[in-house]
Design a protein around this ligand. Sequence first.
Ligand code: COA
Ligand code: NAP
Length: 272
Amino acid sequence: MQLNLDFKGRHVFIFGGTTGINFGIAQAFARQGASVTVASRKKENVELACKQLAELGGQVHGVCADVRDFEAVGRAFEEAVHNFGAIDVLVSGAAGNFLCEAKDMSSNGFRVVVDIDLVGSFHVLRQAYPHLKKPGASVINVTAPQSFVPMRYQVHACAAKAGVDQLTRVLALEWGGEGIRINSISPGPIEGTEGFRKLMAPTEKERAAAAAHVPLRCFGTLDDIANLALFLSSPYAGYISGALIPCDGGGAIESVKPALEGAGHASLLATR
Ligand code: COA
Ligand code: NAP
């Protein structure tokens, strides 16, 4: 079930918008009549996303760019604005992750996730800034519970996503005077996504245990996150800025035990 809000003629740019949660957000805006630009690294992802978004009826444009490349990110925005005009809604959600104990993680392994999630988010926000509609733009950073819940095997992602939430808060201070609102969405475990596949319970038994651990006793859906993005970008959220909003069934206020089990490290639970 999706919110029904009118985004006709609005330009929505979604970095990392070609798969998973961010693609779900792109689909939701396309259904509401927005002109949607999606960007990510892989040509095949960009092409498939554009094809599927076009089937929803709106105007669509795709760009290949790596968030780690500051100049390429800048060119992506110039191309998009040339097509659809100033940006009404920016979603920054490109991310990478893998499970690895800190003692085994290489310098490059740590750096790659910080470069994509944190430095990449800065590149996106910094290069988008001249092209954001002022006043009126809504900016959304897609973060994760890792930004405030410490999780084993994710020292890189925890550090990076905590930084992304600080980008949200600092830029809400700096850009608020120009009428730009910026918020973080923190999804819980969203079924059917790459993040869920990589980080969550691999077996049915572990999935059931993980779901039981969420206060609402279930995993989230793409629509749960897309609805929050639609709402945050609508006039109904006109006084919300600098907020870090979990959409996680209450999961972030629980402990991190399922992450251990889900990662196949249940044996560690009995080490003392
Ligand atoms: N365990 C330990 N180290 C790992 C690893 C793993 N599972 N996967 C990658 N690394 C290390 C590599 O060994 C390398 O370090 P090294 O040079 O010291 O050997 C470093 O990370 C970079 O890996 P590389 O594969 O070159 O990076 P990439 O830029 O091609 O890919 C990733 C980036 C690793 C984050 C990749 O998983 C990715 O592209 N992810 C996007 C999708 C995703 O993760 N979605 C979920 C979002 S929550
Ligand atoms: P996903 O499908 O892998 O989405 C990541 C997107 O980012 C893809 O479109 C990917 O496309 C793009 N991307 C990755 N590296 C990039 C780079 N260097 N430059 C440009 N684009 C890049 O994963 P997801 O699980 O849906 O996650 C989406 C967001 O939600 C992430 O920010 C993640 O941290 C957050 N999140 C997810 C969950 C979950 O349960 N899934 C929970 C909490 C938070 P290309 O490969 O084509 O580049």
